[in-house]
Design a protein around this ligand. Sequence first.
Ligand SMILES: [Zn+2]
Length: 162
Amino acid sequence: MLCALNTGGEVVFAFNAMRGGRYYCPDCGGVVIFRKGTKVKPHFAHKVKSVCLNNSAESMAHYNAKYVLAQQLLNNGYQVEVEQPIAQIQQRPDLIVNGKYAIEIQFSSIPLEVLQARTIGLEDQGYEVIWVVPQPKFYQSRMKLQQLQSVCVNPVSRRLIT
Ligand SMILES: [Zn+2]
C-alpha cells in the first residue's frame, strides 16, 4: 500500500517513509512494515496477514502508476488522498485530487457496465472522474484502441490519459 499512518496518526506516503519507522494500516490499524527494495517501489505491507480491505491484490504496474502519479501531484502542490473509502457508494477510488477529481487507474479490462457504474457512482458524489488506462499500441503508425481505451476517451475534451 502507498499510505500508512505514523505514530501521530498522520498519513505518510511510501516515498516519504523511513526504514525502521512505526507505521499502521489506515483501514484496520494493524502494524505495517515499510519495504524498500530494488525491484518494487517503496510500499507498506501488513506485518500480519489479515482480512483488511487494504490487502487486496494489486498488480505492480498498477501500484507503480499510483505511486508516480501521487508523488508528482503532491510535488506540484495538489492535495492527494489515496484509496479513501466513500461509504455512500462503497467505492475506493485510487486517488482523489483536491477533493474534486477521482482518478481511477485501470490496466486490466473490466466489463463496461462496471466501469460505467463506478463512474456514475463517483459523479453522483460530485467528483470529476479521470480514468488512466494502458498506452495504446500502434499498428503501421495507426493508433489501435482496445475497448477499455476507447470508452475512456473523454467525450467532451476527447482526451485519453494513459
Ligand atoms: Zn489493514
